[in-house]
Design a protein around this ligand. Structure first.
Ligand code: AMP
Length: 290
């Protein structure tokens, strides 16, 4: 893979890489489209990375359809599909681990303790395998997008990271390979994630700045679905993931949530700015201040 990339570069071509775990959907393909705007050559990597799954998680049953993925990549004009197997990436004796620290510690990091170490290590390996000028990641995995920016900045990877917006189904559910796990009933309820983000956004646009109240709005909305269990539904500063009691006008924040709907774990997020000028009436949210 490195030799191919070096050859492409020596021919004057720029390279973008789109790392994925396969079972591709339109969200992944939107990253490919984005990549094509930046470079002559697009590489998609497809690797279901065992080290980012805990033993009790869904590594073995993660959906896979390599044949379909190859077809989708061909159709989308992807130049190279890099599909190493697990032993190629982790030969016997492999022992490196990359720990990125701070932005990975809270939220997903709390509920999936070794996840981001696995992600950071495989991202570094995939970047070093494909030697791209650009790497495209989705905002859908918000903490992951912060993590890859930190890897590149802290460890001097010579490339630019591009973060692309989340593609959603018509009811607002973020596209995900894991949506296929949802029962018909749970699929109908799954739009509640987007609804809760939008309710919190609406409150913020109407003047709410108190972090606990913002979080309570998301929790209350999510709790309207019986079969749902909340891992977290929280707001934080977008760049650092710090959690002040009160957000300040002009600050960019992120609303982050992770829930189980039945047995399926779903995550979503939205980024927004705390408005500088308050609309006068925010009484609609008084009930959360108790
Ligand atoms: P995955 O295969 O789930 O590891 O995702 C591979 C890449 O696609 C990651 O950068 C994800 O953030 C991104 N991605 C996943 N779902 C979406 C979506 N609905 N819209 C845009 N990008 C996505």
């Amino acid at each position: 893979m490195q030799q191919i990339s070096l050859l492409e570069k020596s021919n004057g071509n720029k390279i973008s890489v789109v790392p994925t775990m396969g079972y591709l959907h339109k969200g992944h393909l939107s990253l490919v489209e984005k990549a094509k705007n930046f470079s002559e050559i697009t590489i998609v990597t497809l690797f279901v990375n065992p080290t980012q799954f805990a033993p009790n998680e869904d590594y073995s049953k993660y959906p896979r359809d390599f044949k379909r993925d190859v077809e989708l990549c061909e159709k989308a004009g992807v130049n190279y599909l890099f599909m190493p197997d697990a032993l190629e990436m982790y030969p016997i004796g492999f022992s490196a681990k990359i720990n990125i620290g701070r932005v990975t510690e809270d939220f997903e990091g709390k509920f999936r303790p070794f996840h981001f170490e696995g992600v950071a290590t495989i991202v570094a390996k995939l970047l070093n395998s494909t030697l791209p000028n650009f790497a495209v990641f989705g905002q859908k995995d918000y903490q992951q997008s912060l993590l890859v920016k930190k890897i590149v900045a802290d460890l001097n990877f010579p490339l630019d990271i591009i973060v692309a917006p989340t593609l959603r189904e018509s009811d607002g559910l973020a596209m995900s390979s894991r949506n296929i796990y949802l029962s018909d009933e749970d699929r109908l309820e799954a739009s509640i994630l987007f609804v809760s983000l939008e309710k919190a956004r609406n409150a913020i646009e109407n003047g709410e700045r108190n972090r606990k109240i913002i979080n309570a709005i998301m929790h209350k909305t999510l709790r309207s679905v019986k079969n749902l269990r909340i891992d977290y539904a929280s707001s934080a500063l977008a760049d650092t993931l710090e959690s002040p009691d009160e957000f300040l006008p002009g600050e960019t924040i992120v609303l982050l949530l992770a829930v189980y709907l039945g047995k399926t774990r779903l995550i979503d997020n939205t980024i927004l700015k705390i408005p500088s000028i308050l609309k006068s009436n925010n009484s609609a949210f008084e009930e959360f201040k108790a």
